[in-house]
Ligand binder design. Structure first.
Ligand SMILES: [Zn+2]
Length: 280
């Protein structure tokens, strides 16, 4: 599942390719699962809209749109004002957004196509159909943005939480966009065991965890994300951060610091990978 760095990479790639372009028409497929807003509402909002930017909010990709309002039912003074709208894409497990030429072969599991004024198309492809398409006006992620918050606010999120710190890091209502890979990697760098209760962490631990998480997310963004399973960015390129993983999916392999075999435990149905010697 793409996490914050992968979604950031995809959003940046899309921003560079389609900002300024106009969506001329939209096709939405017949499968109901990917549609969080009704198909006709997606088509109505996107058709004729200009893409003013593409950015990441949590694990969501947000296309900012400007469109001329429909004249019907509007007061004359509002007639020429452009309205703001947003196209929100959550990639789920296997979703991707590809920018391609109209003649490009249609991939199986294509659920939506936005045809652009430049002649290109943005296609939403998702074999497992956990991805979601929606339209909004003022979209906000439920949790805090990990790269925007300071250490004080970060620390407050975990106060009095009895859950393991790993589960707290994955809780999207607390932090937006951190998933299994980057939670494991940040905990390793901070020398904290995934199972440790969040509330038991000292100020010093939280400072270390905060710095480790910032570091690991920023390094992963710089590397274009991690390509595990089938992640590729908007141009079809793979990320490189999987080669920097120190514990994630390295069960049984030697710790890069102390040579102790990396362990795997299951916490709330998710695997956690850690070094039993380096992490306490
Ligand atoms: Zn170790």
């Amino acid at each position: 599942m793409p996490e914050l760095p992968e979604v950031e990479t995809i959003a940046r790639g899309l921003a560079a390719r389609v900002t300024g372009d106009v969506i001329e028409s939209v096709w939405v497929g017949g499968k109901p699962e990917p549609l969080k807003s009704p198909a006709r509402e997606i088509v109505r909002t996107l058709t004729g809209a200009r893409i003013t930017g593409v950015r990441r909010v949590g694990k969501h990709i947000v296309f900012d749109l400007r469109r001329r309002p429909s004249v019907v039912g509007r007061r004359p003074s509002r007639r020429n004002a452009e309205e703001h709208a947003q196209w929100i894409v959550h990639l789920g497990m296997t979703g991707n957004l590809v920018v391609c030429a109209p003649g490009a072969e249609l991939a199986k599991h294509t659920h939506a196509i936005a045809r652009l004024g430049s002649g290109r198309e943005i296609r939403f492809v998702d074999p497992r159909r956990f991805g979601r398409l929606a339209v909004h006006r003022d979209f906000r992620a439920p949790g805090s943005e990990p790269l925007d918050l300071g250490v004080e606010i970060f620390s407050k999120l975990f106060r009095r939480r009895k859950t393991p710190i790993k589960s707290a890091l994955l809780n999207q209502k607390l932090l937006s966009g951190v998933g299994n890979i980057y939670a494991d990697e940040a905990l390793f760098r901070a020398a904290i065991r995934p199972r440790r209760r969040a509330a038991s962490l000292t100020r010093n631990h939280l400072q270390r965890l905060y710095e480790a998480l910032q570091q690991v997310l920023n390094e992963a963004i710089a590397a274009g994300g991690s390509s595990v399973s089938d992640y590729v960015d908007a141009a079809g390129a793979e990320g490189l951060f999987q080669f920097e993983h120190r514990v994630y999916q390295r069960t049984g392999e030697p710790c890069l610091v102390c040579r102790t075999p990396i362990k795997r435990v299951v916490l709330a149905g998710r695997s956690a990978h850690y070094c039993p010697k380096c992490q306490a």
